[in-house]
Structures are given as structure tokens and as C-alpha cells.
Design a protein around this ligand. Structure first.
Ligand SMILES: [Zn+2]
Length: 101
């Protein structure tokens, strides 16, 4: 196998699996949404942060994910003009409430 751009994700995953307490990039991706919702258990959160420190790809992944979330919030934000007038205010409020972190 020729590796031009460093380790492939799969190979790195195999390496990380062998290191104690490490998660793979795949597991990292699964943890991201939970982490942002604050639902990640302390033990997983630690592994998540550790992986973030050693893995540039996942730092970029998280940054992109956060940006996407920000865009989503902006679109659904109360100041946005495109909210249809016929949507009940209570419903909008409920949606916004459910999206708060
Ligand atoms: Zn990673």
C-alpha cells in the first residue's frame, strides 16, 4: 500500500484501537452530535477531547460541523425574515426552544 498523504483513516483507526482508551475517527464522528448537545458521558467526553487533540482531520470535521450548526441556527433565528406568517408563534417558539443548547 502506498501512502502519499500520511495515514489513511482506516489505518489510523486500527492503530488507535490498539491504544488504550482511544476512539477511532469513526467513533469520533458518532460522538460529535452528542458532544454538542452536552449528552456525552464524562468518560466518552474525555476520549473525545483526547482524540481531538491528536487528530487534525477530526478537528477540521468538528469545525465544519459547528459551522453547519451555526448556519442552521441563523436560518431558524427569530430575526430571520423568511419565517412564514401563517406559522403559529407558539410553534416557532417551541422549535427554537428545542434547538437551544
Ligand atoms: Zn480522527
Amino acid at each position: 500500500m502506498i501512502m502519499k498523504n500520511g495515514l489513511t483513516r482506516g489505518l489510523k483507526g486500527a492503530m488507535l484501537k490498539r491504544m488504550h482508551g482511544m476512539i477511532t475517527c469513526r467513533e469520533f464522528e458518532e460522538f460529535v452530535s452528542k458532544h454538542l448537545d452536552g449528552e456525552l458521558p464524562a468518560k466518552q467526553a474525555k476520549m473525545f477531547e483526547w482524540h481531538l487533540r491528536i487528530c487534525r482531520e477530526c478537528r477540521e470535521y468538528l469545525a465544519a460541523y459547528r459551522r453547519a450548526m451555526e448556519i442552521g441556527k441563523t436560518v431558524l433565528g427569530p430575526a430571520h425574515e423568511s419565517v412564514p406568517e401563517d406559522v403559529p408563534e407558539d410553534l416557532i417558539k417551541a422549535v427554537l426552544e428545542s434547538r437551544k443548547e
